[in-house]
Design a protein. Structure first.
Length: 166
């Protein structure tokens, strides 16, 4: 199960702790949607779309439509439409990280990562399903992550590219 703390920790760099403290229902509803996902029944695409739409509406409502967010650094930034698909994908990792490491979930993640260009699916494959991947497949996952996504999304779990790194 995904905890409220995990959701808060993931959302706060994006929307600021202040907003989440004033509107705790954002964390609770996000947690509820993540925890209601069942891989045998639901599609990750549907969950991502649900999270994206919900978070957009929640931020729009909380900011009275101007989408300006007070970050924990003290900076005020305007959230853009493009931020919400990325945020929704980041949240999916909380679900993918709990998948059993079996062939069924491996195939689900591979399919989803290819169809949706999901960094969260790539991350789960790279970190959790390493025993199922060849060295060449892991190198490909790392290359795709680095080339297709901004560094701030992969630096915490994927080493910088270099002669001794994957």
């Amino acid at each position: 199960m995904v905890s409220e703390q995990q959701v808060f920790h993931l959302l706060s760099p994006w929307v600021g702790s202040a907003l989440l403290q004033v509107r705790p229902q954002i964390v609770k509803e996000t947690q509820k949607r993540l925890n209601s996902f069942v891989s045998a029944r639901d599609k990750a695409t549907d969950l991502r779309n649900s999270l994206e739409g919900y978070l957009y509406s929640a931020v729009q409502s909380a900011t009275e439509g101007d989408m300006r967010i007070l970050l924990d650094s003290g900076d005020v930034v305007r959230m853009e439409n493009e931020d919400f698909p990325v945020l929704a994908d980041e949240l999916l990792y909380l679900v993918f990280d709990q998948f059993p490491t079996d062939a069924h979930h491996l195939m689900l993640l591979r399919d989803y990562s290819l169809r949706e260009n999901s960094l969260s699916a790539i991350r789960a494959l790279y970190l959790r399903f390493a025993d199922y991947e060849t060295e060449e497949e892991r190198k490909t996952l790392a290359r795709v992550a680095r080339e297709s996504h901004p560094a701030f999304r992969w630096k915490g779990w994927l080493k910088e590219e270099g002669p001794n790194n994957t």
